[in-house]
Ligand binder design. Structure first.
Ligand code: ZN
Length: 64
């Protein structure tokens, strides 16, 4: 696969939203189609994110 851009479910071709799901350790990265809502787990994990504290929900944060 050269590029994962087109939704296999509905054919939407402008890319995906990203969501993070708590795993062990770190977070799994999920790709969500903005057109139909299908979610795809490509087994990509991120271990640099920290748990998001309630006071910081909804804000953008940067991590070293
Ligand atoms: Zn779709």
């Amino acid at each position: 696969m050269k590029e994962f851009r087109v939704c296999p479910t509905c054919g939407y071709g402008r890319g995906f939203h990203v969501s993070f799901s708590k795993g062990d350790p770190g977070f799994s990265i999920l790709f969500i189609c903005p057109e139909c809502g299908s979610a795809f787990d490509l087994s990509i994990a991120e271990d640099r994110l920290q748990d998001i504290r309630p006071e910081n929900r909804g804000r953008f944060r940067s991590y070293p």
